[in-house]
Design a protein around this ligand. Structure first.
Ligand code: ADP
Ligand code: ZN
Length: 744
């Protein structure tokens, strides 16, 4: 578009119009200096394209260039985009996230620019047709009869649809290409480029809203006041599922949009959120700007541009939506703030909820964290007054919480090789008799988690991971749930060669499904797991079937736990409530509580009373006690005390160091050396190296170290110096996970 007036290769370079640094979306930490071509006015934040190596890349002007590179080597900026510049707050946010997560700045920028063609305006456009000026004028003057005289009906139809400068695409005009071609050749119609309208430009903020209860109204007013105030504040919006939290924060969304600002609503599992989107459309009369991995390239580009231009007002997205370059962000909502899906575990390792706190702080805007089961981190901040705590005490409209029962599997035993206890079986019967629906929850895909040889005891393991292979009977395979490895189910034991000696141990949802079909042959059943509902359409169809009462018993994994609203579902049975408690994860109890509470929340969401049965071998465990007695805050309080005593987050800080590579010896040596030079001292210790629980993952050998530090210690600086002191070969990877959520 703009020809560079400065040729870096020439013998005698002219002095460029100036230098600017440009950050590119690549694994680099520094913004590089580039020459500004004559006549190109550039300010920090401008989107540009630059040469990098042999490639041409989009980038962002970061600051004024420094002359640290010989002029001769400096390359010239190629083009400047017509998009408004990335605001300073977004650039500061990128820098902050890079520092916090110890990632190169360019990698964080890459998350903000994750649309390769977004700057290439030609590609974002599509072809449309508009009435030529003279035809338009003829129409306005009322003497277009002559023009229409010899035209076919199809052509007349096109001319009738176009008017007032309107530009429409062929699909919108609904005629064949030859008709349009004819009109263009006759000069009656011209071809123009149009950009797809950015999504969610004019959400209807004066549409129907429900009459809020007193508590809802108070909470909503308070949030609106904070949106007005343009100050940083984090608010925990706390209340059981069905309390009406969404209705409350929708009011804050309205307020922000009324002020002309953008809103971001983060959801943990956006692909599963059809019901939510439906609700949004009902309330705001349009689709939100969506941001998640399932978009087509065109949708992505369109949403990205809408956000960058400040045209798209409400974005609903997965964690990565936090890094979009908003023009004018005025409110962030993190729904289900406790959800582990907010943690990104590879590339730039970050926790979207925690980063959102800093984004709100930098932008001087409110952040609303929403949950029925807040994370311990969040609740401790609410207790201490760092966050505001808004509470909605009841379910909306008088629906009550389900009653909760524990089934002690030591006494109330299922039959041999079965997994549903007699009590639960009876409850399913009663539910079916009443014409209501039951959900059996087990967070495990497939038929059986372990396959064992009855003759020699051999366990079927993944050859590339420290993990058992899971039997999937429907496809007659053994699968690794960590790396995707699979094999046909063997006839013989690979170790002792005995025939038909391999036995399934423990249940997955497929096995529960078998048991249900035998026990309730007349019931209509469905299995809902990520591999049975492997496309959005399939998932939607299954969810519709359940909602509309075409299914009696649902057997599901956590895919069913989130957000769904099934009016006829009154019984929830949890097959193995103890499942998440093993493994020694810091947050095992908290996570189990959150997940089971959420599953329980599927029961009795309307007038019909809900009943929940938890099958457990540990009825005295405090998670089970808290669930059966609705004692959430008591449970969190004990959890908090234990963490404080153990000097664990949120009362200290952790960083995980993961050393991995193909060569076991090399990995071990580097880990050992890191161990020997590890930071130790006042308020600080390093544990490990130890083999990671997944000692092998996808063929890599892995070792872990864990740094535990007082909150006052600047952990990142320390770790940076430490790792820089060890020479790490390119075949070994050292990843730093600040505030780790997973210890695998
Ligand atoms: P939460 O987000 O706390 O789980 P929701 O906002 O989804 O709760 O509300 C639960 C159900 O109650 C939804 O169907 C919602 O439309 C309805 N609801 C909530 N508040 C009201 C209200 N004030 N008037 C009418 N319906 C409401
Ligand atoms: Zn594997």
């Amino acid at each position: 578009m703009i020809s560079p007036s400065f040729d870096p290769a020439s013998e005698n370079p002219q002095k460029p119009a100036g230098l600017k640094t440009v950050l590119v979306p690549a694994p680099v930490d520094r913004a590089y200096s580039y020459a500004v071509p004559e006549g190109m006015g550039l300010a920090p934040g401008d989107y540009v394209t630059v040469p990098l190596g042999k490639r041409e890349m989009a980038g962002v002007v970061w600051g004024d260039g420094t002359e640290d590179v010989p002029l001769k080597k400096i390359k010239t900026i190629l083009t400047k985009s017509s998009l408004p510049p990335m605001p300073e707050v977004e650039r500061r946010f990128i820098e902050w996230v890079a520092d916090y997560t110890m990632s190169p700045r360019g990698m964080v920028l890459k998350m903000a620019l994750s649309v390769p063609d977004a700057l290439g305006e030609g590609k974002a456009a599509s072809r449309a047709y508009r009435l030529a000026d003279f035809a338009q004028k003829a129409r306005e003057d009322g003497n277009d009869q002559r023009l229409l005289k010899n035209l076919s009906p199809a052509k007349r139809k096109v001319l009738a649809s176009l008017g007032g400068g309107k530009a429409l695409r062929a699909a919108e005009l609904g005629v064949s290409p030859s008709v349009l071609k004819g009109l263009v050749e006759a000069g009656l119609v011209e071809v123009v480029d149009v950009f797809a309208a950015p999504p969610c430009r004019n959400p209807d903020i004066d549409g129907d809203k429900p009459v809020l209860s007193r508590d809802q109204d108070a909470a909503a007013r308070h949030l609106c006041k904070l949106v007005q105030g343009e100050e940083y504040k984090t608010i925990l919006l706390d209340g059981v599922t069905g309390a009406g939290k969404t209705e409350v924060y929708f009011e804050a969304v309205v307020e922000a949009v009324r002020k002309g600002r953008q809103v971001l609503i983060l959801l943990p599992e956006i692909a599963l959120s059809n019901a939510f989107l439906e609700r949004f459309r009902k309330r705001f009369g349009c689709n939100p700007a969506l941001w998640h991995s399932g978009l087509t390239p065109a949708q992505r580009r369109n949403a990205w541009r809408g956000v960058a231009q400040g045209e798209s007002k409400v974005v609903i997205g997965a964690r990565s939506a936090l890094f979009l370059p908003y023009q004018n962000l005025g409110l962030i909502v993190v729904d289900e703030e406790h959800d582990p899906a907010y943690k990104q575990e590879d590339g730039v390792i970050y926790h979207a909820r925690d980063m959102a706190v800093m984004r709100a702080h930098l932008g001087k805007i409110p952040l609303v964290l929403v949950s029925a089961t807040p994370s311990l981190e969040t609740i401790v901040n609410a207790w201490s007054g760092r966050y505001e705590h808004l509470h909605l005490p009841d379910r909306h409209g008088g629906a009550t919480m389900p009653d909760m029962h524990l089934i002690d599997l030591r006494r109330d035993k299922p039959e041999r090789q079965h997994f549903i206890a007699p009590t639960l079986k009876k409850e399913i019967e009663k539910t079916l008799e009443r014409g209501e629906q039951a959900l059996l929850f087990l967070n495990r895909r497939g038929y059986a988690p372990l396959t064992l040889c009855r003759t020699c005891g051999h366990r079927m393991e993944c050859p590339r991971c420290t993990a058992w292979l899971v039997e999937h009977r429907s496809s007659n395979r053994l699968q690794c749930h960590h790396c995707g490895y699979f094999m046909p189910f063997p006839k013989q034991c690979p170790s002792c060669s005995d025939e038909d000696s391999l036995a399934a141990c423990g249940p997955g949802v497929e096995r529960i499904h078998d048991e249900v079909r035998t026990s309730f042959p007349d019931a209509r059943t469905v299995v809902l797991a990520s591999d049975t509902a492997d496309s959005p359409e399939k998932l939607r169809a299954i969810l519709d079937d359940i909602r509309e009462g075409r299914v009696d018993i649902v057997i599901g994994t956590q895919i069913i736990a989130k957000g769904h609203h099934f009016p006829g579902l009154t019984l929830v049975g949890v097959i193995d409530a103890d499942l998440g408690l093993g493994g020694g994860d810091l947050r095992a109890a908290e996570r189990t509580y959150q997940l089971l509470h959420q599953v329980a929340g599927r029961a009795g969401r309307e007038e019909l009373k809900g009943h929940v049965y938890l099958q457990t071998f540990l009825p005295e465990n405090r998670v089970m006690q808290a669930l059966s007695g609705h004692g959430r805050d008591g449970f969190l309080d004990v959890e908090a005390q234990e963490r404080e005593r153990a000097h664990m987050p949120p009362y200290s800080r952790l960083a995980g160091i993961i050393v991995s590579g193909r060569d076991e010896k090399q990995v071990e040596n580097i880990a050992k050396e890191l161990g020997l030079t590890a930071p130790q001292g006042e308020g600080l210790r390093t544990l490990g190296p130890a083999p990671a629980p997944f000692y092998r993952l996808r063929g890599d050998f892995r070792r872990r170290l864990l740094v535990q530090a007082d909150k006052a210690i600047h952990l990142q600086k320390l770790i940076e110096r430490w790792i820089a002191g060890v020479k790490i070969p390119s075949t070994v990877r050292v990843q730093v996970d600040i505030d780790p959520q997973s210890f695998l």
